[in-house]
Write a protein that binds this ligand. Structure first.
Ligand code: 2HG
Ligand code: ZN
Length: 460
């Protein structure tokens, strides 16, 4: 270990696992964006809170930037370490700490995967209801740091609804116990909520107390094919009025073609521009209501075709058509946008932006999908074969600028659930006012006066 700063860290924490092998630096220095070349100083894998605190204090003393790191499944570059930072991976801190049946809470270390959290809740006959496709790799700490959303937000809300308490090492090295599992706590600023979605710029989440709930009633999964965008909004309104929705997700024929090419099974024949996977509570009355809604949608010309899953395996196959999209696009290294609008503003926005993209970027393959019931669209742009990486990124940045301007006019946000990270920091001002950004910077200064936590993320 030639670096004097690392030697000092190793002296202070003789049991700390520190990695400096090039393959480890590469592995822990990047997230799913794959756009930046990883170049961290080293990787620290603490096993306990005291080690995290000591690392943050050491970083303050030496002026070393620290990148808190979970499963690195982020899509905004929030966990990228490309500038000699110390990656602080919570991977080894992955245990359940306590379950409380009366409070219905599960206290966990931040490095547990979302999937492991689901399993732990299930063991007690309860559920932690936030869910999305990266569940097997993402960590609960990362979910908290980005206020992750996913496919059940329409029923359960975002991660922030489910966090009853947080243990955090602030950027100044203080250990904070925030909210301590209370349901009601009207005693001033809710610092727990401030930490949620702060993208590792205020503190390192080390432990969390999660609220659990009853498992949802038995459900049914339906795939619908739709003729146009207007129909999509009509069917959403119809289904939301008649059924108790657990999920309502959409994707286009272009998205479908990629998942099918990636090995998924076609479930509806023919060419249809839009598809919806929806899941809803399905007791007998609800099943009749679903059928009636489906028939009405067909009669009105909003639904062209549809299938209802007859088994768990079929339900999983239908879900795969939606959940497999990101993975099927990954080899193309798409440029991603993750935008948010009021649901009522979606049709006008979509018309405007699809027209604009068609006119200015007809050579781009644009893949639309997402959480239409939350007003959250994912827009992935694929690189045309004859365009260099640099030209592609430059053109995509221009697309994002157009999106940001259009979103601003429609009152939307440049990030719905993926965060700002490195990817969207130039566009923060389209969603947040100057006064808000100044306050955010001020808050950061209080928590992390030396700016050692995730510098360059969120703000440029
Ligand atoms: C999803 O909803 C994820 O599947 C990923 O948020 C979206 O790949 C994307 O753009
Ligand atoms: Zn999403």
């Amino acid at each position: 270990m030639t670096d004097a700063r690392l030697a000092d860290l190793a002296d202070r924490l003789p049991h700390l696992r520190l990695l400096t092998d090039p393959s480890d630096l590469e592995h822990y220095g990047r997230d799913w964006t794959r756009r930046w070349t990883p170049a961290p100083l080293a990787i620290a894998l603490p096993a306990e809170v005291a080690e995290v605190q000591a690392i943050v204090r050491w970083a303050n003393e030496h002026g070393v930037a620290v990148v808190p790191s979970g499963g690195r499944t982020g899509l905004s570059g929030g966990a990228v370490a490309a500038n000699g930072e110390l990656v602080l991976s919570l991977e080894r801190m992955n245990r359940v700490l306590a379950f409380d049946a009366v409070d219905r809470t599960l206290s966990v270390q931040a490095g547990m995967t979302l999937h492991a959290v689901h399993e732990a809740a299930r063991e007690h006959g309860l559920v932690y209801p936030v869910d999305f496709a990266a569940r097997g790799s993402c960590s609960i700490g990362g979910n908290i740091a980005t206020n992750a959303g996913g496919i059940r937000v329409i029923r359960y809300g975002n991660t922030r609804e489910w966090i009853a308490g947080l243990t955090v090492v602030a950027g100044n090295g203080e250990l904070l116990q925030l909210n301590r599992g209370l349901i009601k706590n009207s005693s001033g600023y809710d610092l727990r909520q401030l930490l949620i979605g702060s993208e590792g710029t205020l503190g390192v989440v080390v432990e969390a107390t999660l609220r659990l709930t009853d498992p949802p009633p038995p459900s049914q999964v339906m795939l619908l094919a739709l003729p146009n965008m207007e129909a999509l909004m009509e069917v959403f309104a119809l289904f939301r009025a008649r059924l108790s929705l657990q999920a309502f997700e959409f994707f286009t024929d272009v998205a479908l073609s990629h998942v099918l090419a990636h090995g998924a099974q076609r479930a509806i024949e023919g060419d249809h521009p839009y598809y919806v996977v929806t899941e809803f509570d399905a007791d007998e009355a609800a099943q009749d209501a679903a059928l009636a809604a489906f028939e009405l949608g067909m009669e009105r010309g909003w639904i062209s075709d549809g299938v209802i899953a007859q088994s768990d395996a079929q339900a999983a196959a239908l879900w795969r058509l939606r959940e497999g999209i990101t993975e099927s696009l990954a080899p193309h290294r798409p440029y991603k946008n993750d935008i948010s609008l009021r649901i009522s503003a979606l049709p006008a926005f979509l018309h405007e932006i699809q027209g604009l993209l068609g006119r200015e970027y007809p050579h781009f393959e644009v893949v639309w999908f997402g959480h239409i019931g939350d007003g959250n669209l994912h827009i992935n742009v694929l690189r045309p074969a004859d365009l260099s990486d640099a030209d592609f990124i430059a053109q995509c940045e221009h697309v994002t600028k157009l999106l940001a301007e259009t979103l601003q006019r429609h009152g939307g946000s440049i990030s719905a659930e993926h965060g700002i990270g490195l990817v969207k920091r130039a566009y923060l001002g389209s969603t947040r006012s100057e006064a808000e950004i100044a306050l955010m910077r001020g808050v950061r200064q209080v928590f992390d006066p030396n700016g050692i936590l995730n510098p360059g993320k969120l703000f440029s």
